[in-house]
Each structure stands twice: as C-alpha cells, then as structure tokens.
Ligand binder design. Structure first.
Ligand code: ADP
Ligand code: MG
Length: 389
C-alpha cells in the first residue's frame, strides 16, 4: 500500500502482538527540525508506506520492512503503549528485557528513552519518554499484582544501576568516584559489572531523581553541540517471591534501557586529538555491535562463526540481550531530513540486519519447593503402591 508522508498509520497496541517475538525492531522517524526546514524546505529522504514499511527515497530507492515504523505523528505515549507496556509485562512475568535506542546524534534517541523529565514524573507531560513511563507503569503494575495475589504473600524488589561506557571504560553514574569498572561473568550472577552500585527503588520518582542527579559526559561536535559520545545503560533487576501450595517461588528479570552513542561515522564530524581517541572507542563499541549482529545473523543461517561479544564493553555487557536470554526491542531513530540521508540509510540497513537476530528468552524462575513437592509425591505414590499390594 503506497501512502504519503502526511498520512498517519494506526499502530497496533495489542500486547500479544509481541508475545512470540523475542527481537523487535522499530524505526522511529523524528519530525524535521526548524533548522532543517529553513535549510532544506520540506524535502525528506524517507517516505512511510505503512506502519511496517518505509522507503528511503535516495538513489536507488530502497524499501525496508520492520516490526513497526513510527513517524513524527506517533506520540511518546503511543510508542510507550505499543512497545513499553508489553516490555514491562514481560519483565513482571520473569523475562529479561532490553530496549536499545540506536541512531545518529540528533535523531531522537534520548528523546525516545528519557524525553523531558524536568520536574520529576509528570503524568501529563506529553514529552516524557520511555524510561519514566516504564517505571510509572511498572510500579502501578506491581501494586495491582500484590493486591490480586495477597494470599500468596507476593513481594517485589526493584534494584537499579546506571552506568556509562565512555572511551571503553565503565563509569558508575550512581557513584561517580567509581571509574573503570570491570565486567565479570559467573554462574550465580551471570554477566555483571563488579562493584557497580545498586539502589533499591520503590517509585518512578526514585528512578527519575537518580536520572537527574547523574552527569552524562557530553562533548560538542561540529554536528551537534549536545551530541553524546557515551553509551548509557540503565538497569533494573525486578525480583518477585511468593508462595503457592507450600512451594516458594522466586522470579527475577533484568531490564536494560540503553541510549547508545551517536552512530554517525566519526570522520564526518571533524574529530581530532582526544576527540579522535573517543571517536575510535565509540566506533569500537558500535562497530563490534554491528559485527556481533552480522555474525548472529549468519549463525542463525546455519554458519558456524565466532560472535565477538568480548571485543567491546558494550557487547560484552549486553551479551544476553543479543542472541541470548532476553526479549529485546531495538528502536532505530532516524532523521527524515535530506541532509542526513546517508546516515539514515546506514541506520535503516543496521536495523534491517538486526531483524534477523534470534533470541531465546526463558522465564527466570527458581522453585525452591520443587524437591519438597517431589518427595511428597514419591511418598504418596509409595503409599498407593503398598495399598495395592
Ligand atoms: P539524540 O539523543 O539521538 O542525539 P535527541 O533525542 O537529543 O537526539 O533529539 C534531538 C532533538 O530532536 C531534540 O531537541 C529532541 O527534542 C527532538 N526530537 C527528537 N525526536 C523527536 C520526536 N519524535 N518528536 C519531537 N521532537 C523530537
Ligand atoms: Mg542523546
């Protein structure tokens, strides 16, 4: 179905839409900025065809299909309902979940992941982004679940951490004195950052206050004064414990919300000296991310290939989210402006490859009463056998 760029497309809000997919790829097209309009007029490098299809209008024209294409008419609230709500439902159900924002500087990654959070969580702030909405919904969802399952003594704990990968070093944003933290892997904790500060949160407001009090390293480039050269990873571990029929249950899920550094090729932004070193390291994490995805696609096509997760901090940390035990949503942000045409094409191609990643998400649950329940069953069966003799 062909459509004009002014046409708006209805996005599906049904959470079951996502149920069987472990990797979702969404394209978000931001509106033209006033500077772009004054420079280029209204000419655009993309044309949305449907809520799943977008055409890059350069030469030669290329058409791409994704799980969802959200244009400038899709509000923060709508995107949250379509992608954020099912993600929180999955976390409450015990699935690890991850949401990445990918795209060139200025394409709308931070707007999507954080948006306008001035003044804390404002229920009616139209511009507040995914993270505040996710936590507002998560805590209201937890409250509801506790009320419904009062008999099961259901308890929840949510612990958050917030880190930044800058120059291939991990900084703890909740404890700025902690720099160059190391990633470790063990059977009990899985992949984790050693000595990273974790704080328990019990409301969306707690989360926003933490986000406010952090200082992201932002350096000016020729392209955009506020361009971010670091990857930020906000993690929340959601644990729940309850009892049913004498059996204790323990569920846990890791939720990662990731705002990546600008994906633009650093050469084009005129980097030199210290900036060039930063740029090389940003490229390292992003190029390794690209390579990991490329190899995962080949692996899913039956090829046997090494997936170089450990070649960058970003891919090592997010190993589970890429080809592992996680339900992952990639939001590839693009500018519709003609002046960003090549970067937009590059993001569309990245997102197209990411569509082929296959994750294997499972519910993380310990049932400590299992052994007990089995023993009781054995005893019962023994009794029945002796009765039959
Ligand atoms: P990035 O984090 O990718 O560098 P930003 O999120 O900072 O980009 O977005 C750049 C500018 O564009 C900001 O002023 C932001 O408010 C605006 N913007 C981005 N996406 C949207 C959108 N979907 N709707 C309205 N404004 C947007
Ligand atoms: Mg940003």
């Amino acid at each position: 179905m062909a459509g004009s760029s002014s046409q708006s497309f209805e996005l599906c809000e049904d959470p079951s839409f996502w149920k069987d997919h472990n990797v979702q790829v969404i394209i978000r097209i931001r509106p033209l900025s006033s500077a772009e309009i004054s420079l280029q007029g209204y000419s655009k490098c993309v044309r949305q065809e449907s809520c799943q299809t977008v055409t890059w209008t350069g030469h030669p024209e290329s058409r791409f299909t994704f799980d969802l294409v959200a244009d400038e008419n899709v509000s923060q609230e709508k995107l949250f309902k379509v992608a954020g709500v099912p993600m929180v439902e999955n976390c409450v159900g015990g699935y690890n979940s991850c949401m990445f924002a990918y795209g060139q500087t200025g394409s709308g990654k931070t707007h999507t992941m954080l948006g306008d959070i001035e003044g804390g969580t404002r229920r009616h702030s139209v511009n507040c982004g995914m993270t505040p909405r996710v936590f507002e919904y998560l805590f209201s969802r937890i409250q509801k679940e506790k009320e419904v399952r009062r008999d099961e003594k259901l308890r929840f704990t949510c612990k958050c951490s917030f880190l930044e990968i800058y120059n291939e070093q991990i900084l703890d944003l909740l404890d700025p004195s902690s720099i160059n933290l190391q990633i470790r892997e063990d059977i009990k904790k899985g992949i984790h950052v050693e000595n990273l500060k974790e704080i328990e949160v019990s409301s969306a407001r707690d989360v926003i206050q933490q986000a406010h009090s952090t200082n992201r390293k932002v350096a000016a480039t020729n392209m955009n004064r506020a361009s971010s050269r670091s990857h930020s990873v906000f993690t929340c571990i959601i644990e729940s414990k309850w009892e049913s029929q004498g059996v204790s249950h323990h569920r846990f899920a890791r939720l990662n919300l990731v705002d990546l550094a600008g994906s633009e090729r650093q050469k084009s932004s005129g980097a030199e000296g210290e900036r060039l070193k930063e740029a090389t390291n940003i490229n390292k994490s992003l190029s390794t991310l690209g390579l990991v995805i490329m190899n995962l696609v080949n692996v899913s096509n039956g090829k046997s290939l090494h997936v170089p997760y450990r070649d960058s901090k970003l891919t090592f940390l997010l190993q589970d989210s890429l080809g592992g035990n996680s339900k992952t949503i990639i939001i590839a942000n693009i500018s519709p402006s003609n002046c960003c045409s090549l970067e937009t094409l590059s993001t569309l191609k990245f997102a197209q490859r990411a569509k082929f990643i296959k994750n294997n998400a499972i519910v993380n649950e310990d049932t400590s009463g299992d052994v007990l329940a089995m023993r009781m069953q054995i005893q019962q069966l023994k009794k029945e056998v002796s009765r039959l003799r």
